[in-house]
Design a protein around this ligand. Sequence first.
Ligand code: ADP
Ligand code: MG
Ligand code: MG
Length: 886
Amino acid sequence: MVRYVYDFTEGGRDLAGLLGGKGANLAEMTRLGLPVPPGFIVSTEACRAFLATGAEPEGMSQEVSRHLSAIESDAGRRLGQPDDPLLVSVRSGARFSMPGMMETVLDIGLNDDSVMGLAKVSGNDRFAWDSYRRLIQMFGSTVMGVDGALFNRMMTRLKELRGAPDDLHLDAADLAELVEAYKQLIHEETGDYFPQSPAEQLRRAILAVFRSWNGERARLYRRREHIPDDLGTAVTVQRMVYGNLGRDSGSGVAFTRDPATGRPGLYGDYLPNAQGEDVVAGIRNTVPLAELEQLDPRSYRQLRDHMHTLERHYRDLCDIEFTIERGTLWMLQTRVGKRTAEAAFTIAAELADEGLLTPREGLARVSGDGLARLMFPRFDTSTTGDPLAHGIPASPGAAVGAAVFDSAEAVRRAASGETVVLVREETTPDDLPGMVAARAVLTSRGGKTSHAAVVARGMGKVCVCGAEELSVDTAGRRFTTRDGTVVEQGSVISVDGSAGAVYAGAVPLVDSAVMRFLETGERSAGVVGAVAGALQLADEIRTLEVRANADTPKDAARAHRFGAQGIGLCRTEHMFLGERRKLVEEMILARDDAARDRALDTLLPLQRQDFVGILEAMDGLPVTIRLLDPPLHEFLPDRTNLAVRIAATEARGEQPSPRDAELLAAVRRMHEDNPMLGLRGVRLGLVVPGLVAMQVRAIAEAVVERTRAGGSTEAEIMVPLVGDVTELRLVRGEVEQVLADVSDESGVPVHCPVGTMIELPRAALTAGRIAEEAEFFSFGTNDLTQTTWGFSRDDVEAAFFSAYLDKGVFATSPFETIDREGVGRLVGIAVAEGRAARPSLKIGVCGEHGGDPDSVHFFHTAGLDYVSCSPFRVPVARLEAGRATG
Ligand code: ADP
Ligand code: MG
Ligand code: MG
């Protein structure tokens, strides 16, 4: 028989797939002997069965009853028992944490009778009615679908009526009145009544949590975080403990280290006389955890000990939720906490230093994406005036953008290419689309553990929260600073998530500390040391070499500083632009061999100088130079522009210049409907006489020049877009001839390995043949992805990729992360057959995928010799190549 329900005493953290992260970790804490209110978990399997069929899976409700009975007999009272009710929470919890994305209902078991019983046994009327109004509100919105804002509005109105600054100033009678109003609201909105039966409350809440898996914001979050849609959520049912029993009670959230910087020491927020959801919701201002030490020293000490236990046990940063009920501490949740990139590097290094992790385990805890984030520039505030406001530095980085005050506006503006900063009093899960769209999030309330802070950190967005000096007028779409400065929607502001400051206007940017380290090699304490250590280890253990794509001596030099072990792709087309365009035009327009040779002869020394510079910057390291790849008409003026220019001249009654007329004729002649699949790559070399010879001569003469200057060059010549071995054989013959000629003329022997790009499916499928003529392969995964999928990259991304992502055709664009199943399979075939034909074949990849973390792992597994990526991605690729060996 399938089993759907597990007691906390039965599970553990290795069962997160079945029990969800929250449930599995509650079980783990129970087993560690920490004070966790008893409970049980309905598995994700039950959720999947329910979502698939729309009906409760058979036997589930009996299992739930059985487990509930166990809690009841342990507590000595029944769920909703009128004179002394047992209450439970019903909590969502998926395998991967999705903070605030799904639903939780607290205080289940209260009704018109048991609220009286609870008041009596607790001796606290206010508490009982407060709990009841919470239940109705949560149940009403989560289970019965009433807009949560309507409840809040009623509460606000009542507070205004009573002149109450916050909810604590409402007394039992007020709350009883609110309960009635809430019940009526539910009836008006749904035509249905709030259910009085505790069993019905429980059952419906469980099913509502199941359904919340497919709620809109949960889906959006999963797409953003690449969490599969078919996992389902587990449901945790747990005995309630009460933080809202008075001043000696309260709720809080805490981290075992600072999640923004990674610095050791407890970090958190505490709210006296409150239930858990109040802490993150920002309904009242929390106090820093340190103050709990004064309020309740015993609970504070216990909390500190438990957190120490958890950090040692999980060997990682943990975050927790806790509640204190009349001086007794209860642990309600723990998980390995989300953190910024800076904190990830710092914590990994420290835990390794403390001996809790091996260095390799430490390396597994950091990521290339995190490193890329640390390379982003910071603000240069040396010349800026005072900030508009200070807040809590919740998620680091520097962001400049237009202030917007609601999620929809953020989405709208971002869609039209504007960078925006979402400004809110506090964020709720409903703001998620706006947070995704914004570059930064700024709030006037809430701490480092508020919704805004947690979600922004998870997404790597800049965030300053709790900027209390700001008063945010959402309806009026502006905020006002303490000194009365008003910032309207659309005004540009700068948000410094590292320092926790907001500036008017656009503050200039400077290099980050990590970038300075990469540029200069100077180590310093803190995160730079942690990054340096991680890169050093990665370099020691990786088997993949990392090269860079660089077309200029300047890029080559930077790549070299960043640790590139050569150039994997030097594109020559950039050498045909700028002032040289004219010469290229001459070559294209040439009517005879003599004219063409003249044009090529003028280009030759210029190209040679380019190569000399690059070979010098990469002295002693391989430099792979690709022969001209793009269609020639890319070097000619735009057809429409030309036609307009000629027409305008004629309209003035003048003769168009013969050159323009000639150009237009050439452009027309050379027009292709589908240039990506037209006359380009090796095809150019085979039909444009002299082109290959000129380029190869420039390379060979540069090698001679460098050799004479005492350099040691390793130029490699790469032929693009080969689909058949014959193409390569023909070009190679010409290449070898020129190399031999230059060797003879100069007396310096020039050897350049000749290889090809594998960027057409036919090339991959005939790699064994092609390897007969190629000394190396380099996968051009951009073109290989285009030609394998039949996607025109320039067209499809804007046209329908977001629909494809929505519909789950793929989880990430195949142009960002290699499509292992299709394109990856071609790579596998080409590697196997290429090496079989020529065991010494050197194989690499160039193209954007070479710097993409997930793709780097794939290339490692596929057995490539190197990846090549843009200079700025070189450190990322080094790190990931090291991590891939783990
Ligand atoms: P989320 O995943 O959104 O954090 P939770 O299930 O953790 O939702 O619950 C929301 C809040 O309710 C948390 O602060 C949690 O600590 C509190 N809570 C959950 N269960 C209980 C309980 N049994 N007793 C007291 N507070 C609870
Ligand atoms: Mg929680
Ligand atoms: Mg290509």
